[in-house]
Design a protein around this ligand. Structure first.
Ligand SMILES: NC(=O)C1=CN([C@@H]2O[C@H](COP(=O)(O)OP(=O)(O)OC[C@H]3O[C@@H](n4cnc5c(N)ncnc54)[C@H](OP(=O)(O)O)[C@@H]3O)[C@@H](O)[C@H]2O)C=CC1
Ligand SMILES: O=C(O)C1=N[C@H](C(=O)O)C[C@H](O)C1
Length: 248
């Protein structure tokens, strides 16, 4: 049995994760913590893996504590940039044997959408990302959109692609969205949505749209459970669920 603790257990994703862990073979839910609870409860309960779905502003403190206490972590919380990842690598060096998985998105379809977008990017002159979410989401752009833009930018750099054409010189601030590594990202917040993303690619005379829709938070659970089962044998920092999927 792998003993699992959930941080952010009263939140939308944390509550779904508690249900999934309780129903999973070989996993035991030993702690559900939320705002105001002491992290020490995780150690007292003997948690071997902590699943974090909290908030970008608290996740680094949670992870520092988990790593210092040798507890593996599966992290869905967003807000990771290169600086944060470097901090985690430094902390993990001092705690060999401990594993941390950072996954911008745990749904299989979203992982494939990111992979397909990166694969397609070098064949197209233009690419833009539209992410669409429920209006209670605290951050923009989404972690998935950021990660997709990073993967696309890396693929274009490797292929020696030129700059994306855009003759815009005047207009309202924000009308072209945010830019992540030169890729424009547009965010929609709309009641009724859960988590959706389109990657739009274009050449003269043709367009390709890659779209993924999570219509229920259960869509993330198979990936979360896979992460929990794999992280106990995967020390160090793993970025992206694709490393635990056989995609080739
Ligand atoms: N990787 C993935 O596949 C997915 C990632 N996410 C990400 O997960 C995160 C959470 O999303 P969601 O569940 O919708 O958000 P919610 O706001 O519904 O849940 C977050 C929960 O964490 C609690 N919390 C805040 N601070 C702490 C703390 N220090 N310790 C423990 N709990 C705390 C919040 O309490 P309070 O409300 O009182 O502040 C709340 O109950 C976001 O970053 C989101 O983008 C979401 C979906 C999928
Ligand atoms: O907050 C959400 O809901 C989601 N957050 C993650 C993100 O920011 O990419 C994953 C998914 O899009 C749902």
């Amino acid at each position: 049995m792998i003993k699992v603790g959930v941080l952010g257990a009263k939140g939308k994703m944390g509550a779904e994760t508690c249900l999934a862990v309780e129903g999973a073979d070989g996993l035991e839910l030993v702690a559900r913590l939320d705002q105001g609870d002491e992290l020490e409860e995780l150690a007292k309960a003997g948690a071997q893996v902590v699943v974090d779905f909290t908030r970008p502003e608290v996740v680094m403190d949670n992870l520092a504590w988990c790593i210092a206490n040798g507890i593996n972590a599966v992290v869905g919380t967003t807000g990771f940039d290169e600086e944060r990842l470097a901090t985690l690598r430094g902390q993990l060096e001092k705690s060999p044997g401990t594993g941390v998985l950072i996954a911008a998105n745990f749904s299989i379809g979203a992982v494939l959408m990111m992979q397909f977008a990166a694969q397609a990017a070098k064949y197209y002159e233009s690419v833009e990302i539209v992410e669409l979410h429920h209006p209670d989401k605290v951050d923009a752009p989404s972690g998935t959109a950021r990660r997709t833009a990073e993967l696309i930018a890396a693929a274009r750099r490797e292929a020696g692609s030129g700059a994306i054409p855009d003759a815009t010189t005047t207009g309202l601030d924000g009308a072209r969205g945010a830019e992540v590594e030169g890729i424009h990202v547009h965010g929609i917040r709309l009641r009724g949505l859960v988590a959706h993303q389109e990657v739009l690619l274009g050449n003269v005379g043709e367009n390709l749209t890659i779209r993924h829709d999570s219509i229920h938070r259960e869509s993330f659970m198979a990936g979360v459970l896979l992460g929990v089962r794999r992280i106990v044998d995967t020390p160090g920092l793993t970025i992206g669920l694709e490393h635990f999927l056989e995609l080739d």
